[in-house]
Design a protein around this ligand. Sequence first.
Ligand code: ADP
Length: 500
Amino acid sequence: MSNLSVQLTAPNGRSYTQPIGLFINNEFVASKAGEKCVCSRDEKEIASVYAAGEEDVDIAVKAARKALKDPSWKLLPPTDRGALMMKLADLIEQHKEILATIETWDNGKPYSVSLDDDLTEVIACLRYYAGWADKVTGQTISTTHKKFAYTLRQPLGVVGQIIPWNFPLLMAAWKLGPALACGNTIVMKAAEQTPLSILYLAGLIKEAGFPPGVVNILNGFGRVAGAALVQHPEVDKVAFTGSTITGREIMKMAAGTLKNITLETGGKSPLVVFEDADIEQAAKWAHTGIMYNQGQVCTSTSRILVHDSVYDKFVSIFKEVVASTSKVGDPFAEDTFQGPQITKAQYDRVLSYIEAGKSEGATLVAGGEPYKNVGDGKGFFIAPTIFTDVKDDMRIYREEVFGPFVVISSFVTEDEAVTRANDTTYGLGAALFTKDIERAHRVASDIEAGMVWINSSNDSDFRVPFGGVKQSGIGRELGEAGLEAYSQTKAIHVNLGSRL
Ligand code: ADP
């Protein structure tokens, strides 16, 4: 065991070797500044890992720049590139229990979710994009008989990828998949709250056989390592997932070198229940839509609008579904649906919105307090919280909370529902429930959101584009659209006989 790894035993008894260095050029290295970030769960330290300073970011970017030109990557046939990605997906599959263990320990999400949802999608997403690697093609374009024109789809170059803490490995896969498929090289910065699982994944990248420098993974603080990556003149593109406030900062910093950016930021996504909907199904999907992953999902449908005539029925069934399904507990316990919030800061933030809801005069119908019946009672658990009679001008209706916290309000007409659903600066997801096929498609078209779910919520899919409008983001990830974010079109004009 070197001083760049530690031997850890997770609460479920699994022991493993945890790398703690920065992953640059296929090696784990200490940071130049010697800075560390501490990874803890409920304020108990798990491990501390090296955090990148400006100099480390520069070294990683230079490694990625060098790898871009190296024949082992540049000249690798795209089919072989896809095969490397498939190999990585296979290795992740072989190590999925340990990766899910680290993810749960690191993040607090239930182990069953890490294993069955996150890891399953990580593997599928990488395989999906591996399949695209040799299908990113240009066009031939008809012009005149004296000109032949065609386009090449080329990689952007060195891409900086900044990921959040709510789905650490999954957000990494969403970004690694299309960037590698298109032939870019990468410097990824993980979130300082969840630095562990990504380093284990880094070891598998080397084992899969990617040439040194193609994928570099740094831990580090946003304002230091993140900002240095965004501003680095040799980074060609920045892809970011996180809060709208940070997204705005990144856009400003990226302007300095006119960088191509993709931003996936916050939301206050509506879920609209019309009077003809299957109310039980609507209540179940609404529960998943907001309470999944401790409510820490950017697309969570956190604003529920229900037709006046079915409002009481919906609230009563929804309350029942939350009470019977949202089992709060130890993330490693089998029956746990909801683990602790990621950090004390997030926990305090959710509690402060509970206070805001009470003082603004909304009706608290469930939760509204810390949940103390787990372990020593000191973890950052919050009882699933529902406010009804919520008005449009209340902060809890307008602002993103990012916790197991939902607001419910009633409407009378379809027009009102659409207008109020759209009355937000955000535009990430939206869900609607109705059996009327005409209304379903009409409302789906009129809602200002990057994604609309008809009769479901938050069942996103790696084959389908994902992203926001308004202040929820710029650009798309996933699906074929995700390739746009990592490739550029070059036009080639061939003179077939024009003479000057
Ligand atoms: P949250 O507020 O939920 O922690 P952030 O948007 O701040 O979400 O963080 C998401 C990612 O962005 C993390 O990897 C974080 O380190 C990074 N980050 C935070 N601030 C900056 C910044 N000023 N520049 C670049 N990256 C940043």
